[in-house]
Design a protein around this ligand. Structure first.
Ligand code: UD1
Ligand code: CA
Length: 336
């Protein structure tokens, strides 16, 4: 049996770089608030409980988490990622290990986390740290290693020397830590850094100083650990999730003439093969019959198409049902 693992999701920050009134983790990416993607991934893991740290716009975040089996933990003041995890100490009681993720990494998949858990347990590490290598590491914490590629510490962008800024190995912000070590180490973390915050990343140097094993779990698909800090990364995350979904649909028999411009909500379904021209958008409970053709720019919400129906270019349909072989002319707006 696996030792008990608790998950902690950090979602209390404001997300200043979003330039938004809305808490960052509530910004939607591919039809869901960012943090939901993270929680859906955690749902697929063998973890025994999940605490979500909320703070900025706590009530709104809490409201959006209805339906998830989580323990909300309030971080009154956002004093840093280390402080945020400290707030979850009570919620993690009884667990042997704590899996820490950020609410702003919506592309992380459960298989990657399963592999990370397996490595951590196998190596009996005190801390397993997910890292990746980026061509442009700007904004991320850099991984300082010794000559033997052993992780020594993490230095944040804002604290990094010019030489350290050259380092392309970055902290993905995903950690698996032995619980006892985690909370004792966090007690020792100070705020002597450019942001005056309690950095979770400082537990790495503490582990190294104690001679505890820090395992580097380096993940080579950097996009999976993209941290969304601004709307630029929000768009990258959207593009990736859309591409993943479209790829699955194409493998299932849907032709897409231009997948990059084709947006299909996961709530829509296809009865069989279909042909989608560029710019098609399907949302809501839309169902598409076998053999349908959706011409360029067709936009459908909550529609139901019988087999072999054809929708003309730039038609906008809401709540419509089309019979088998029915044809909708181009440039039409029809509501039920
Ligand atoms: C953090 C890491 C950095 C890493 C990057 C990965 C630290 C100090 N830095 O930087 O090494 O490369 O993530 O994406 O940990 N949060 C709280 N309470 C707080 C502060 C933050 O809950 O007091 C939450 C935020 O809502 C966010 C997450 O923690 O979901 C990360 O915070 P953010 O400010 O985005 O950290 P980064 O600067 O991206
Ligand atoms: Ca971030």
């Amino acid at each position: 049996m696996l030792p008990a693992i608790s998950a902690v999701v950090l979602a209390a920050g404001k997300g200043t770089r979003m330039k938004s009134d809305r808490a960052k983790v509530l910004h939607e990416v591919f039809f869901q608030p960012m943090v939901h993607h993270v929680l859906d991934t955690i749902d697929q893991l063998p973890v025994r409980g999940c605490a979500v740290i909320i703070g900025h716009q706590g009530q709104r975040v809490l409201h959006s988490l209805e339906g998830y089996q989580i323990t909300p933990v309030i971080q009154e003041e956002q004093l840093g990622t280390g402080h945020a995890v400290l707030c979850a100490e009570q919620a993690c009681q009884g667990a042997e290990h704590v899996l820490i993720l950020c609410g702003d990494t919506p592309l992380i998949g459960h298989r990657t986390l399963e592999a990370m858990i397996a490595t951590h347990l196998q190596q009996k590490a005190a801390v397993t740290l997910m890292t990746t290598r980026l061509a442009d590491p700007f904004g991320y914490g850099r991984i300082i290693m010794d000559g033997e590629q052993q992780v020594l510490r993490i230095v944040e962008q804002k604290d990094a020397s010019p030489a350290e800024q050259e380092i392309r190995d970055i902290n993905a912000g995903i950690y698996l830590v032995r619980r006892e070590f985690l909370f004792s180490a966090l007690q020792q973390v100070g705020t002597e850094n450019s942001q005056g915050e309690v950095y979770l990343t400082d537990i790495i140097a503490i582990a190294v100083n104690q001679g505890a094993l820090v395992q580097n779990f380096s993940h080579d698909r950097a996009i999976d650990v993209l941290g969304v800090n601004s709307r630029v990364e929000l768009a990258q995350a959207q593009e990736e999730l859309q591409a993943r979904h479209n790829r699955r649909l194409m493998l299932d028999g849907i032709t897409m003439l231009d997948p990059a411009s084709t947006l299909i909500a996961p709530s829509c379904s296809f009865a069989g093969e279909a042909l989608l021209h560029a710019g098609v958008q399907l949302t809501g409970s839309t169902t598409i019959g076998r053999g349908c053709i959706l011409s360029r720019g067709a936009v459908l919400h909550d529609c139901h198409l019988g087999d072999d129906a054809v929708v003309g270019a730039y038609a906008v349909l809401e709540n419509c049902s089309l019979g088998a072989r029915e044809r909708v002319p181009p440039l039409i707006h029809r509501v039920s």
